[in-house]
Design a protein around this ligand. Structure first.
Ligand SMILES: [Zn+2]
Length: 226
């Protein structure tokens, strides 16, 4: 397991792959995201010694939900998600939160995604999780969520934006892959909603934390409006 990083007090980043191609986070005592199915052992080892009372996912793609069932079962903790992700998580059919007619991605999701797991609670805008506030950020998937802490400007934004291309491994701010994004223009609206919060440290599903809020704001304002 690559080294666990304390991004801020009460905010840990656990990289699950080489460099920071896939990250999960611990917000207070809540695990956010779980990597792919084959990351379960590594993730559970990384969580040893941590007090984890619940698990939330930003969205139900295979690289964020893959070890969710294993972690919830092993730790005996409940699963939380956005309303639009519930059916995918509870059925294990992750193609429900993919754009239609993507057989290759749907096939990869079946191999790398995790099995179905019941959702105990649907999170909504303004709910509190691990000391963070839930922000609804639909677009990449219908029920995508971000987590925001106003006190220190810490933001965990899942896949609203990438800070590393997880295929080429290039370090870059970019929109998530279009082929895996249900509604790209709505995702841009979500990015603008997050930039309006003026975060000071931004944590991504893919890539290292960004501690340059100005650069984040400039990138988001450069995104085309439809
Ligand atoms: Zn992702």
């Amino acid at each position: 397991m690559p080294e666990i990083e304390q991004v801020a007090p009460g905010l840990l980043r656990l990289p699950l792959q080489w460099l920071d191609a896939i990250n999960v986070y611990v917000l207070g005592d809540v695990l956010v995201d779980s990597g792919n199915r084959w990351a379960a052992g590594k993730l559970l080892r990384g969580l040893e010694g941590q007090s984890i009372v619940a698990h939330a996912v930003t969205h139900a793609h295979f690289d964020h939900q893959g070890a969710t069932h294993a972690v919830c079962q092993h730790l005996g903790i409940p699963l939380f998600c956005g309303d639009g992700e519930r059916a995918a998580l509870e059925s294990g059919d992750l193609s429900r939160v993919l754009p239609p007619s993507r057989p290759l991605l749907a096939g990869i999701s079946r191999v790398l995604g995790g099995p179905a797991h019941p959702v105990e609670r649907t999170l909504r805008e303004g709910d509190e999780v691990g000391g963070f506030t839930v922000i609804e950020t639909p677009g990449h998937t219908p029920g995508h969520l971000a987590f925001w802490r106003e006190g220190d400007g810490a933001l965990v934004l899942g896949d609203v934006l990438f800070h590393r291309n997880p295929v080429t491994m290039r370090l870059t701010l970019q929109e998530p892959f279009r082929m895996a994004t249900v509604d790209p223009s709505r995702n841009r609206e979500s990015a603008r909603k997050l930039a309006a919060l003026r975060p000071s440290v931004i944590c991504f599903g893919h890539g290292p934390p960004l501690r340059d809020g100005e650069l984040f704001a400039r990138f988001v304002s450069s995104l085309r409006r439809d």
